[in-house]
Design a protein around this ligand. Structure first.
Ligand SMILES: N[C@@H](CCC(=O)N[C@@H](CS)C(=O)NCC(=O)O)C(=O)O
Length: 278
């Protein structure tokens, strides 16, 4: 588990649970859901990605890759959302979010790794289908490039904010990846309410934020009926309300919705790309 040494003296003095997060960040959503499940109080430190607050030297002294989330527990920094939720489940055992058998726990960890592995794809699709309407102007990119030390993130932003944008073959391939994962999740949910052993676990929590994100882009979830029923079931849980809904910003959701409708009308929406058009 990535425990981070920091030069940030203030963070080392923190008592209890502190979370650096952003409302829309899928990785932050997972952590907030687990905190809600565990009924833990936590101190919020919002890092506004839109305002590039993750590019400050102060935040980069907390998270070495300058991304969210970062959890601080009694002065110790823990990064990587999948590791953070595992840590929280071990540290605060009730209610247990692990299935009982070793085999099922291994299955849960596989699904968590896949959700984590899908992050680049989620990011690419989000920037194409939700954020492209407000693409970063060249002056803003120059500032970001100077301030942010994560070369991979800077390269991604360079392509996204360029005139040509993200190549459509890349969008096809990321969409195919999500579609293939969703087919697999849909099969795993055949005849059961939750992904592993019909027991609500960290596997469900790892995937919910990815499914929520694709839903915001008007991905046709109805082509995966078991997954859609699971999504409805999860949305009815108080921890979904606390971890996702209560942080969502209605005007931003309305903006995403309007943009998705506009893209669909001009034939460049999520459904017009190869994997879904097929
Ligand atoms: N594997 C990391 C990924 C962290 C990550 O990429 N976070 C995104 C938000 S979900 C971020 O901060 N992106 C910064 C940006 O897009 O500028 C985790 O799960 O914590």
């Amino acid at each position: 588990m990535p425990l981070i040494e920091t030069s940030n003296e203030e963070v080392k003095t923190f008592d209890g649970l502190h979370l650096y997060h952003f409302w829309l960040s899928s990785c932050s959503q997972r952590v907030r859901i687990v905190l809600a499940e565990k009924n833990q109080e936590w101190t919020s430190h919002e890092i506004n990605l839109e305002k590039m607050e993750h590019a400050t030297p102060e935040y980069q002294s907390i998270h070495p890759h300058g991304v969210v989330p970062a959890l601080v527990h009694d002065g110790q920094i823990i990064i990587e959302s999948i590791d953070i939720i595992d840590y929280l489940d071990t540290t605060f055992p009730e209610p247990r979010l692990h299935p009982s058998s070793e085999d099922s726990i291994a299955k849960m960890h596989d699904l968590m790794s896949q959700a984590d592995g899908a992050q680049h794809s989620i990011k690419t699709l989000t920037h194409e289908f939700l954020f492209k309407q407000h693409v970063m102007p060249p002056e803003a990119f120059e500032v970001f490039e100077k301030k942010h030390e994560n070369a991979e993130l800077v390269d991604f932003m360079r392509v996204w904010s360029s005139k040509s944008g993200i190549p459509s073959a890349e969008i096809d391939s990321e969409l195919k990846l999500q579609h293939d994962y969703f087919v697999q999740l849909d099969q795993a949910l055949e005849g059961q309410d939750w992904l592993v052993d019909n027991t609500f676990s960290l596997a469900d929590i790892a995937w919910i934020s990815n499914v929520r994100r694709l839903d915001l882009m008007h991905y046709p979830l109805d082509i995966h009926p078991n997954l859609l029923a699971w999504y409805d079931r999860f949305q009815a849980k108080p921890s979904y309300q606390k971890g996702i809904s209560e942080h969502e910003i209605p005007p931003a959701l309305a903006d995403f919705n309007a943009y998705s409708l506009e893209r669909a009308a001009e034939g460049t929406g999520v459904r017009s790309f190869k994997p879904l058009a097929a």
